[in-house]
Structures are given as C-alpha cells and as structure tokens.
Design a protein around this ligand. Sequence first.
Ligand code: 6PG
Length: 282
Amino acid sequence: MMLDMPNRDQNTEKPAGEIYGIADDFPTPPDLPGRVVVAPHADELIDKLAMELVLHAETCVREFGDFHLALSGGSTPEPLYRRLMYDPDYRKLPWRRTHLWIVDERCVPLDDERSNYRMIRETIVEHADIPREQVHPMPAEDKRADHAYEKELRDLLGWRERGQDRLDYVLLGMGADGHTASLFPHTEPLRERERLVRLNFAEHAEPHERITMTFPMINTARFIAVLVTGQKKAPTLERVAAGDATEEELPIRGVRPLEGQLVWYLDGAACGDSSQSNGTTT
Ligand code: 6PG
C-alpha cells in the first residue's frame, strides 16, 4: 500500500481528506515541498525508493553512458543498501556504469565503525560489480579533504556535456535536529554559495569533525531523495512542513533543487502514525 502524491508546492491541491489507499485513520502526511511518497512500513517504502532509483539509473546510463550516485550514511539507509544487493529486482542497477560518491563523512579512518564509507563499502561496494576506480570515498583523514573531493567531483563530472555535469541522484537523510548531510544547524557551511564540499564541526554530534557536500552541490542534482523513517523524526518533519523555521534552524530546508526533482520517502511512523512503529531507525 503506497501513497504517492504531488504536493501543493507543485500547484496540485491535495484533495481535502483524500488519502490514496491508506486507512482512514492514517495521519495526513506532512505537507513538504516536492513530491511525498509514503508507505506504512519502512520495507514497502524501501521497495518504492529502490524501484525508482533503478529506473533513474537506467535512464541516466541510456542518456549519458554513466550514472553519478551520491549516498548518505547514518543508520536509516542501511536496509535499503542491503536490499539493493540481495533483491533480484534491484540487482539490475547498472553498477558497472555507476560512479559512487559519498554525501558526507565523519573524519575517522575509512575502516572505523563510525565511517559512512565503511558502511557503504560493507553493504554495497563489496557485493556490487562496480569498478573500484568508480568508487569515491571522501579522504576523511586528509586535512584538505574538502578541496581534494571537490576537485575529484569537478574532474569527473567535467567529462559530461555542459549542463549535464551534475550528480544524477543524491540520497539524503535527516537528523531529528533537522540536519542533512553534515550540514548542522547554525554552522557556517550552511551559508556556502560556491564551494561544493566543506569541512564542518558538529558540536552536538559524534564525531565532531565532518566533511560534507554543500547546498550548491546537492541542489544541482537531477534527483534528490530524502529518506526519513521512525517516530523520532515526525515532529521535525512537522516543523519543516510548517515552513516557519529558517534553514539555519532546520538545515534540511536548504534542500531546494535548482532544476531537479525533490522526493521525500516517509514511513508511517515518520508521519506520526504510532500504530506503524516497527522498530525502524530513528
Ligand atoms: C551521517 C549522515 C546524516 C544522516 C542523518 C540521519 O553521516 O550521519 O549522512 O546526514 O543522514 O544524521 O541519520 P540516521 O539515519 O542515523 O538517523
């Protein structure tokens, strides 16, 4: 059972009280900017996301010959990454033509338990037939990691025709404090307008030192998916939908694709449906 509806911001008025195919007592999903895809359970949500990701990848490979994919870490997308590897429906993602980038990283060794790349390597890289030279971990221990990664992005995307030299798909998560990537509330890289990658310091997150793609990089992507599951994120999504917090307070509000699509993938718990809490990550 899936709810997949355009949002008011795309000039499509949500019919009052009509919620596609979901039980009457299901809470109204938050009115977020972009398209909102809701499934009661995280498993169904992952199916929907994975299906659209594979289609998108295939289209890009047909059109450009390759697919530039940037993935986030954190705990929410882990089940998705595993599903991409073991579910035959999604194994067909054209990994041999994919460049795999990392949205943000913790400044720890790449085999550290806390490293986003470590999780992505263990769940995807070791099981997909992606050529190693197409895998781009952030050089987390390098003092100039931000400059080095930006150069790598510019060099590789620069092979594309002008206008197509952008990421094809960015998968983001959201913290309960509204951060996305490693763009934390009231931190300076939120205001970056030129550089594509920045170092950051997260006072309230562990480890503090981070590297992150910035909004100028993220917002030029062809497709931005924000995957949010679990009850703990529901109040934050409500605040994002209310629209009165600034992006300094809720950085996720800074996700505004210039020409691409923005799609939110939410499970029931993230929409405030307490009956759907199934122990998904927070
Ligand atoms: C990270 C991220 C970060 C993440 C959110 C949500 O390195 O932690 O890339 O932006 O998406 O913090 O994290 P969870 O999925 O663990 O809740």
